[in-house]
Write a protein that binds this ligand. Sequence first.
Ligand SMILES: [Zn+2]
Length: 418
Amino acid sequence: MWLPLLFGCTGETEPLPPTVVWVVVESFRADLVAGSELLPNLDALKEDAVVFTHAHAAAPNTLPSVATILTTEQPWEHRVVADILTADRFGRVSPFSTSVPATWRRRGHRTGGWASTSDVSERFGMERGFDHWDERPNDPARLHRTGDETVRSALDWLAKDDEPAYAFIHIADPAFNYAPDSSCRGRFSDEPAFELPVDEERFHRWRSNNPPTDAEVDYVRRLYAEQISCTDEAIGTLVAGLREQGRLDDSLLVITGDHGEELWDVSGVTNGHNVRSILTHVPLVVRMPGLEPHENDTTVGHAEVARALLDLSGPVWDWMVTGETVSGRKAWSSSPSRTLDRLSWIDDTHRATLSIESRTMVVWQLDERGWEAKVARTYSTESQTWAAPEFTPMLELREDPFMPIVPTRPWLAEVTPP
Ligand SMILES: [Zn+2]
């Protein structure tokens, strides 16, 4: 039930939801959500929600992606990237950035954040705007707390009083080092291919382009599936808890991933090493009373989705309300860190991936899943002229004297797909 008079309005028409819960699942593959039976609780929620089938994270790794969700800004705007050489300048959420939790706090919501890896941390200013902040750093024995523990902690905080609340919940079950919680362990992997957790030598070998054995690949995929099933139970705990507290039908509930996870599908394992659909395509489920449940195939990016759900207005919000799918849109993903300098956009049929360091752009044709099927065209700086205004912010970031890689001249490219 809505209480617009008590809780005010963002704009002309939309009442504010008294409870806002953003769940960001670590390393959450969109293809699992699209067609597996691993997520019965999320599947049940989807029946009652807007499901974006073409949603993309702003970055293929945790830190810049979560910073986008918390600021509504692209990585080249918020600059929260893991770069230890320039951490004071590029490593923290700026007071000049939009803060999603601070905005909800100004509207009268108390704000709580739960983070479950060392990237989502006060070290990077992620706690900005939160009244209550609860982070778990890396633990050598166990990388993170379970999603269920995280969700229960957030539910306890929500239960403290009936006031409006905004909760940001980062669940880190499905992530390297692929050691599922004991409650889910062994569901799909009864024959271990190696001892857990994955040791550094093995991981280094995998990341050094040494192919894993078939048994290793199979085992890791099964372990990841177990982690996903643990995550789904946490989602079930959350939905049940919100219902028990009488909050569910007044809630804006968002469930998404910070990025995908590669399990040797394209070019390696884990995340952060490319800006392609395996790592940028994420689940996005939005449940809110008044939004007609439907599947929406519009291509959207996290930055614009976060902005739409903060303002409850704008084109992306309109499509959630009307159910309209809009073709021909682009979503941006980038990784402006010192070691990976790639910028990418994707639309309904193509992806363009730019490497600033090697000064090349590859345009891929997509298959039906939205994955890169084949290279349609490659551009290099030598033969092309500058015609991509969208890339200017990225280049300006690179031209900053504090950034270690500096382009010496404009370098790219016609961006029209062939
Ligand atoms: Zn992550």
